[in-house]
Design a protein around this ligand. Structure first.
Ligand code: 4NP
Length: 161
């Protein structure tokens, strides 16, 4: 049996974009029969919302699409580099914040922009929906459905899963 691969989704608050990443990706793993080979989690670069459930607007957009929504916010810690093989950041600020905490070239290589894995969208960031309307949360879900499928394809190819 191939070793378990661990994927971490990171945004600012860990209540909107990265919990959407974690839950949509987990759903796609189940549909792909990969749940026993790939595990995922999410974290925020900031500590404003530690312990909170995902944002009600993000939760509504996700449930309307048939996804389960679980999670309690936590802040990224450098020890996450010891646990995760692939760390996916939602925007450029998140990327810079996480790269700045990497302690080696090997750790830096594990950090990738989530949108690099989108096939149907040209965006280079998943925009922060927090101060906007419902359409922003729908767009986050669109981007995450697209990129999650790309991540699964990437892991299948690079890890022979
Ligand atoms: P997230 O969204 O980074 O996608 O979880 C945000 C959540 C909270 C805040 C900003 C963005 N905030 O400023 O509190």
């Amino acid at each position: 049996m191939e070793q378990l691969c661990h994927v971490l989704f990171v945004c600012l608050g860990n209540i909107c974009r990265s919990p959407a990443g974690e839950n949509i990706f987990r759903h796609q793993l189940e549909e792909s029969g990969l749940s026993d080979r790939i595990a995922c989690d999410s974290a925020g670069t900031a500590g404003y919302h530690i312990g909170k459930s995902p944002d009600a607007r993000m939760t509504k957009a996700m449930r309307n699409r048939g996804y389960q929504v679980t999670g309690g916010a936590r802040q990224f810690v450098p020890a996450d580099f010891d646990r995760f093989d692939l760390i996916l950041t939602m925007d450029d600020d998140n990327y810079r914040d996480i790269i700045a905490q990497a302690r080696s070239g090997d750790e830096r290589k594990r950090v990738r922009c989530f949108t690099d894995f989108c096939a149907e969208h040209e965006e280079t960031e998943v925009p922060d929906p927090y101060y906007g309307g419902d359409e922003g949360f729908e767009f986050v879900a669109d981007l995450i459905e697209d990129g999650s499928a790309g991540i699964i394809a990437h892991l299948r190819k690079t890890r022979g899963l």
